[in-house]
Every structure is written in structure tokens, then in C-alpha cells.
Design a protein. Structure first.
Length: 182
């Protein structure tokens, strides 16, 4: 706008100077001829002023359009920033969940190892009792103890199988959760 205003002032100054020069050079012209030149100059100036005014209005409209575009971009940037914040929060929650699953899986793995040791130990004990029964005269109390040990072994073996199955399920969850890491 400032440059258009400056250009308008230059046009008006130039027109005024040209009229004075013409008037001085054409001292022999009549008053009517001078008046005609002034009217031509005035018409030319009016056309230039109209053109510059149109240009200024066009620039103002462009400025308003650019303001609207800038506001739209600002709004979209805020939306993307909000969405990024939300996704960051989701990622943090998923990572936290994954860490909890890893901890639970490690605990189940330790339990499985402990039960596997107990089952193995009980199996060794049962074999020792069976060998003892074969080589010695076995009383009812010894047979009852052996039966109790076998029942305990079966129960622990089933529990160990369930824990192993649960551990495999947790491993799948851990693997799936691990693939979702961001």
C-alpha cells in the first residue's frame, strides 16, 4: 500500500511538472490550447489514479485472503499438535503396558522353573521309594506314603503344565506387544 501511494504521488508530481514545462515551451499557444492540454493531463491523471486505486483495492483483498489462509494454517497446526500429544500419550501407555507384561512374564517363567524343579525332585523321590519297595518288605504305611507322593507328583505335574501353557500364552502377548513398540 505504501509503495502504491508513493507511486500515485510520483505520477501526480510528474504530471504537474509536465504541464508547467509545456506551458513555458508553448508560450505562443493560446489560452484555449493551454486549457485543452490541462484537460488532457487531468484525464490522464484521473485514469492513472483510478488504475492505482483499483490496484490498491486488489492488494487489500489479497491481504485479507492471506490472513484467512494464515488463520486456517494456524488452526490446522494446533490440531496436529493436539493429535501428536494424544498419540504420544497412547505410546507411553502402550510402552508402560508392555513393561508390565514383561514383568509378569518374567515372574511366571521363574514360577515355572521352580515348579519344574519340584516336580523333578518329587519324581526322583518316587523312584527312590519304588526301588526301596522292591528291595524291602513294604508295609501299608510305606505304600500309603508312596501313593501320597505319586498323587502330589501328578498334581504338581498338572500345575506345571498349566503354568507352562500360561507362560507360552504370555510369551505370545509379549511378542505381540513388542511388535507394537513405537
Amino acid at each position: 500500500l505504501d509503495s502504491s501511494h508513493h507511486e500515485l504521488q510520483q505520477v501526480m508530481t510528474r504530471s504537474f511538472k509536465m504541464r508547467r514545462v509545456r506551458f513555458k515551451d508553448e508560450h505562443t499557444d493560446s489560452a484555449e490550447r493551454t486549457k485543452m492540454h490541462e484537460e488532457i493531463d487531468q484525464t490522464t491523471d484521473q485514469r492513472k489514479i483510478a488504475s492505482l486505486t483499483k490496484h490498491i483495492l486488489s492488494l487489500q483483498a489479497n491481504i485479507e485472503d492471506l490472513k484467512k489462509v494464515a488463520e486456517t494454517h494456524k488452526s490446522r497446526a494446533q490440531h496436529f499438535e493436539d493429535e501428536n500429544h494424544h498419540l504420544t500419550s497412547v505410546v507411553e501407555q502402550e510402552n508402560s503396558r508392555h513393561n508390565v507384561i514383561l514383568g509378569e512374564h518374567a515372574a511366571v517363567t521363574r514360577l515355572c522353573a521352580q515348579f519344574a524343579k519340584k516336580v523333578t525332585s518329587l519324581q526322583v523321590e518316587i523312584l527312590e521309594q519304588k526301588n526301596f519297595c522292591k528291595t524291602n518288605h513294604v508295609g501299608k504305611d510305606d505304600r500309603d506314603e508312596l501313593d501320597a507322593l505319586q498323587d502330589r507328583h501328578i498334581s504338581l505335574h498338572r500345575l506345571c503344565s498349566r503354568l507352562t501353557k500360561k507362560n507360552k500364552e504370555m510369551q505370545l502377548i509379549v511378542d505381540e506387544s513388542g511388535t507394537k513398540q513405537y
